[in-house]
Design a protein around this ligand. Structure first.
Ligand code: NAP
Ligand code: ZN
Ligand code: ZN
Length: 348
């Protein structure tokens, strides 16, 4: 057991503050990682502020877009050695026995995964703590290898924003000939644009922020629609085969359905506080549908990292010291970020 410096929310009403946690010693299957960078996901805000119907556990050390270097390994670890660059995403354990775990879909483990933070380790009252911290201990099978030469501070957001957008696009075999809309041009949305256009799709961004238009074009989007402009929205009706919905807030879903072509699908990944109101009329008209998607498996996360490395795909990041984390939360809520904050953990 060792004491590790971190930043924690002690309650849903208090800002994050310096806090010491205890990490377990490296068991035989564990990797001890010195954390170098951690991305700031909107889910960190939802959870730190207990916005998901009282599912938050305090004290909470958020952070599930972790990049670091292996500092020590347990005696049965074979995938990694000391000095390797590695990543940790949204979960750190799964049952390993259910149909989904056996089918490389451990992120959909039937027992429920152990989240990197805001979870209990299986069968214990030990709370998991995330990446706003100097070090973390993780079982090697939940650690992702970061290829040599990758830009590490930029790679951090791939561990959540990256895989969460890559996975549904791959599931639907998005490629040439597809018109893909991305609603919400934030941390997830901008990765959705980069992936969908790299896969050959024609991409349209649906955004509330006119000021992001030039960024959209620079990132490979073919069209930009300001959803506050009724005329632009009407023109965009019936235009998308798929919509990757990354918006973090509740809004009029009938409007989103109207953008789909016949047989179109919304792939929803955004997690607003309240349930969406979806009228059956939106579904029956032109046989439309909506499916959800949560992050991606460990195998698929490694595939996505390798894909980014081979195709030079990175998020746009703004580096911050940990002391700016509360300000960063406010700026994310105010849509004042291009496009992901990454904490330089040497500042802790
Ligand atoms: P983010 O960076 O804050 O981006 C969300 C974007 O949604 C904003 O940039 C904004 O884009 C748009 N938006 C925000 N409020 C809006 C409103 N009231 N009406 C319309 N549009 C609005 O957040 P993120 O980190 O990308 O996360 C997005 C959501 O995905 C969060 O709810 C998060 O919890 C969830 N999430 C889910 C998974 C999963 O596995 N399914 C994984 C990670 C995150 P514009 O400025 O372009 O309008
Ligand atoms: Zn996340
Ligand atoms: Zn399982």
């Amino acid at each position: 057991m060792s004491k590790v410096k971190s930043y924690a929310a002690l309650s849903e009403k208090t800002p994050l503050e310096p806090y010491n946690i205890i990490r377990r010693e490296c068991n035989s299957e564990d990797v001890l990682i010195k954390i170098e960078y951690c991305g700031v996901c909107h889910s960190d805000i939802h959870m730190a502020r207990n916005e998901w119907h009282n599912t938050s556990i305090f004290p909470m050390v958020p952070g599930h877009e972790i990049i670091g270097v292996v500092e020590s390994i347990g005696n049965s670890v074979s995938k990694f050695k000391i000095g390797d660059s590695v990543g940790v995403g949204v979960y750190v354990d799964s049952c390993g026995k259910c149909d989904n775990c056996n089918d490389s879909m451990d992120h959909y483990c039937e027992k429920g995964v152990v989240l990197t933070y805001n979870s209990y380790e299986y069968g214990t009252t030990t709370i998991t703590y995330g990446g706003y911290s100097k070090k973390i201990v993780v079982k090697e099978s939940y650690v992702i290898g970061i290829p040599k030469g990758m830009i590490k501070e930029k790679a951090a957001p791939l561990l959540c924003a990256g895989i969460t957008t890559y996975s549904p696009l791959r599931y639907l075999n998005v490629g040439q000939g597809h018109k893909v809309g991305v609603t919400g041009f934030g941390g997830l949305g901008h990765m959705g644009v980069k992936f969908a256009s790299s896969m050959g799709a024609e991409v349209t961004i649906f955004s509330t922020s006119e000021s992001k238009k030039q960024d959209a074009i620079n990132m490979g989007a073919h069209n930009f629609v300001n959803v506050n402009d009724k005329e632009q929205l009407i023109k965009a009706q019936n235009s998308c085969h798929y919509i990757l919905d990354t918006v973090s807030a509740n809004r009029d879903m009938a409007q989103v359905f109207s953008l789909l072509k016949t047989d179109g699908r919304i792939m929803t990944v955004g997690l607003p506080m309240e349930p969406h109101a979806i009228s059956s009329f939106s579904l029956i008209d032109k046989r439309k549908g909506i499916i959800g998607s949560s992050i991606g498996s460990i195998v698929e996360t490694q595939e996505m990292i390798n894909y980014c490395n081979e195709n030079n795909i990175y998020p746009e990041v703004e580096m911050i010291p940990i002391s700016k984390i509360n300000e960063a939360f406010e700026r994310i809520i105010n849509k004042d970020i291009r496009f992901r904050f990454v904490i330089d953990m040497s500042s802790l």
